[in-house]
Design a protein around this ligand. Structure first.
Ligand code: NAP
Length: 511
């Protein structure tokens, strides 16, 4: 293959590797592939730019709740982060910078929304169909599609009759002004606690509809001075050290989640103390006090959320929503709350079970069916029966406490080894042995017993049967160790009955 053959997509219609998604996962993998000489790949991105959730979530106050130095690639440090916790715009720019610096844009096909994919055992090749009806073929597919990208609108009676403005935090309309409006925010999760303090000073009144109070801890967010940025630029070791300390701090809370114990009670006491410190009104405080184990749902960080709720133009409604009509939200206590705009901060359709699109693997098996009662994979990446396909941030790889980038980089290391093995076995495809996946997942589920994550609250981490298919049940460094080695004996190397069409040979044949 010549250097130029690597430009996307191949004229032959066959890619060696198709990466789906140009967010942190897809870009990170692409950069590392290039660095290791694996240039024959194409990234398919459904939108018109890179960035994933950091491109899409533009609601006021959108920011990360993991410190910036830790929430960035280890191989692409950014010494000039403007704050301890990166705001959405800055993270989005960081990802665009990565795409530009590593010259990835030529390798990305934008506005290409994958709609289904089918594996052919004879050729060992996936056929990808896109929303516009076009087709591509790829020997290997890496699904870097993320999990939090399909907004969840709750099915509230009458919601469609509302004549005011309706927005979801993940589908924010920047052209709509909230200034002086009467606004309802439904939901009190990670997005809500950011949007509420950001809009509170502008709106006439703000009604927060809370179903379950979150555990909230102070964030200690602050601007990072120019002199500090200069220091990091001059002595990168300092930034690395800060990153390591931030990593250790994040890991230090894991025991309180892994064992629902005195450590958890200690964390809860700290949470209640913080609430007492900020919220003087005992009625409001009681509304905001969680009555479930800390960590069961994501613990939220904010310096501004509780103070915003104490403002005169804010009220917290906890009586449950009965219905919505043309102009108002009605709660179960009979109250009518007339508003001009409703903001749904109600999260995402998280793929705890089922597949995001129809994916047909070996023998025509359907991933949606295989994952009907809960998604599962090996190390969160490979799925038995779906050869040459890997997930980035697949089942049971989500961190509840630390940087997702640490997990992504662990997976990238594994995927690189997998792809090299595939490259060295041209006329074969790799299928994970079913027993390997079964044993791995039995162990994962066993490890959830006694953790706060399965201690009885209602969270998006769980399937409707209570199975946790989203989180890694332990320390992130354990995940790093787990993904360190690629073991060929865990896979079947199956021969294709046709000579596997390589992009090089197809190009040679057609040129
Ligand atoms: P979320 O955590 O799923 O929160 C959704 C909220 O909506 C919850 O408070 C939920 O209440 C409420 N809700 C859902 N249906 C409702 C209904 N019918 N009536 C009333 N309330 C309803 O969603 P999110 O806040 O968008 O966050 C999702 C995830 O995105 C986070 O966990 C995090 O992983 C990620 N995120 C990260 C950041 C960051 O800083 N890194 C920022 C934003 C989001 P219940 O609790 O009762 O279900």
């Amino acid at each position: 293959m010549t250097k130029n053959d690597s430009m996307a997509p191949h004229k032959s219609g066959l890619d060696e590797v198709a990466i789906i998604g140009a967010g942190f996962g897809g870009l990170g993998l692409a950069i590392r592939m290039q660095q290791q000489g694996l240039n024959d790949f194409v990234i398919y991105e459904r939108a018109g730019d890179v960035g994933g959730v950091w491109r899409d979530n533009v609601y006021p106050g959108a920011a990360c709740d993991v410190p910036s130095h830790l929430y960035s690639f280890s191989f692409e440090p950014k010494p000039d982060w403007g704050r301890t916790f990166g705001p959405q715009q800055e993270i989005f720019h960081y990802l665009r910078h990565c795409a530009d610096k590593y010259k990835l844009r030529d390798k990305i096909k934008f506005n290409a929304a994958l709609s289904d994919m089918v594996f052919c055992e004879a050729s060992g090749v996936w056929t990808l169909t896109f929303a516009d009806g076009s087709r591509r073929r790829a020997r290997a597919v890496v699904m870097a599609i993320g999990a939090l990208n399909i907004p969840q609108y709750p099915a509230i009676t009458g919601v469609d009759n509302f004549t005011g403005k309706v927005m979801h935090t993940a589908e924010w309309d920047k052209t709509y002004s909230l200034v002086g409006k009467r606004v309802a925010v439904i939901g009190t999760g990670a997005s809500a606690i950011q949007v509420i303090p950001s809009i509170q000073p502008k709106v006439q009144s703000l009604k927060v509809f809370q179903r379950t109070p979150p555990w909230v801890m102070p964030k200690f967010d602050k601007p990072l001075s120019l002199s500090r940025q200069r220091l990091y630029r001059r002595w990168p070791i300092l930034q690395k050290t800060v990153r390591r300390l931030q990593y250790l701090l994040a890991e230090s809370v894991v025991p309180a989640f892994m064992w629902d114990s005195f450590l958890t009670r200690f964390g809860e006491a700290m949470g209640r103390r913080y609430l007492r410190k900020v919220v003087a009104n005992p009625v409001l405080r009681e509304k905001l006090t969680p009555h479930y184990a800390m960590g069961c749902k994501r613990v939220l960080l904010s310096d501004e959320y509780y103070p915003a709720l104490t403002q005169d133009n804010v009220s917290v409604c906890v009586d449950g929503i009965e219905k919505i009509d043309e102009r108002a939200v009605y709660t179960l206590d009979g109250e009518r709350h007339e508003v001009d705009a409703i903001i749904f901060a109600t999260g995402f359709k998280v793929p705890v079970s089922g597949a995001p699109i129809p994916i047909r693997g070996a023998g025509g098996r359907l991933l949606d069916k295989d994952w009907a009662v809960g998604s599962e994979a090996y190390k969160g990446m490979a799925v038995s029966g779906y050869p040459n396909m890997l997930y980035v941030m697949g089942p049971n790889t989500g961190p509840g406490n630390t940087s997702v980038i640490f997990y992504i980089e662990s997976q990238i290391n594994y995927i690189l080894k997998y792809l090299k093995t595939l490259r060295n076995n041209r006329n074969k495809y790799l299928d994970l042995k079913p027993m390997v996946q079964r044993e791995f997942n039995a162990d994962i589920q066993q490890r959830f017993i006694g953790t706060t994550w399965t201690s009885g609250c209602n969270s998006w981490y769980l399937t409707k049967d209570g199975k946790n298919t989203t989180l890694w049940p332990s320390f992130s460094w354990q995940y790093r160790l787990t993904t360190r080695h690629f073991s060929a004996v865990e896979y079947e190397f199956l021969a294709t009955s046709n000579e596997a069409p390589t992009s090089e040979s197809t190009i040679a044949a057609t040129s």
